[in-house]
Design a protein around this ligand. Structure first.
Ligand SMILES: [Zn+2]
Length: 287
């Protein structure tokens, strides 16, 4: 009798990167931390999918410091000052890896805050894949009302809307519980997006299968975007300072989303966790 065909699952390598950093008060990002200024990387990720390189977000781009020198961006810069070294943008870093910006056909956008979409204009061949709920509440916001949402519309390319593809959310497989819905981004089971709104409208986190084996989650990397300022807070349920909640789009949604991620992590304790503004965990995870 012939052996049943076995297909090994598609895996994707995650390369965590950062383009620039912002300064913030540590005490705002974690309850109980010191009242001192700390630098936080503007993380993004290169996903090496068999179909080609893909980005999750871009970090800051060259336009961000420029916009922060004039009204109303100057207000954004006062609240979270930005540092971006020459050659520190996503496009420049990819060029050093011999990846042309035109080879990036997909940028998955976790949410539309300026530190996540700061270099979108540098990728002219890319489609932007995001939750359909991310853009509508921000569309048309200008000036102070936009800055209030950490949104700088000038960062979006002029043809942004025609290049957006909504994530294909559907019923999630059981292992993704407590998430009832998820989007199988490449339709091959390698990258799943789950909705974690609250910090910003339509924010998504990704689960990326990096290795072929494991039932405790060790094959998965969770890219949790801004669901927490640091990995420990996400794993252990640490809270931000109440003042920092003012910046959330929806406080109740934020709490619920963070709880769902924590719940998933408790069921898959060996998954690697990456949040945008903290150093990425490395394998193996020490428990
Ligand atoms: Zn954010």
């Amino acid at each position: 009798m012939p052996e049943p065909a076995t297909t090994s699952p598609v895996t994707v390598r995650v390369v965590p990167l950062a383009a620039g950093e912002c300064l913030n008060l540590a005490a705002l990002t974690m309850r109980g931390a010191a009242w001192r200024v700390q630098a936080y990387p503007a993380g993004f990720a290169l996903l090496l999918h068999p179909s080609g390189p893909v980005l999750l977000d871009t970090g800051y781009g060259p336009q961000v410091p420029r916009l922060m020198r004039r009204w109303p961006g100057v207000l954004y810069g006062l609240i979270t000052p930005v540092r971006l070294a020459a050659g520190g943008t996503a496009a420049a870093q990819l060029a050093r890896m011999r990846l042309d910006v035109r080879s990036i056909n997909t940028v998955i956008v976790s949410h539309l805050h300026a530190d996540h979409v700061g270099d979108l204009r540098a990728f002219p061949a890319a489609r932007f894949v995001l939750d359909g709920a991310a853009y509508p509440p921000l569309r048309g916001l200008r000036g102070l009302r936009a800055v209030r949402r950490a949104f700088l519309p000038e960062l979006l390319p002029p043809d942004f809307e025609s290049r957006c593809d909504p994530l294909p959310f559907a019923s999630a497989p059981a292992w993704l519980a407590p998430f009832a819905e998820a989007a199988d981004v490449f339709a091959d089971g390698s990258v799943w997006a789950v909705r974690v709104p609250g910090h910003a409208p339509g924010m998504v986190a990704l689960l990326v299968r990096e290795a072929a084996a494991g039932e405790d989650g060790s094959e998965w990397t969770l890219l949790a975007a801004d669901a927490a300022w640091n990995v420990r807070a996400l794993r252990e349920g640490g809270e931000v300072h109440p003042l920092a909640r003012i910046a959330f789009f929806d406080v109740e949604q934020e709490r619920r989303s963070r709880g769902q991620l924590r719940d998933w992590l408790a069921r898959h304790p060996r998954a690697r966790v990456i949040v945008s503004h903290d150093l990425p965990e490395t394998r193996p995870v020490s428990l």
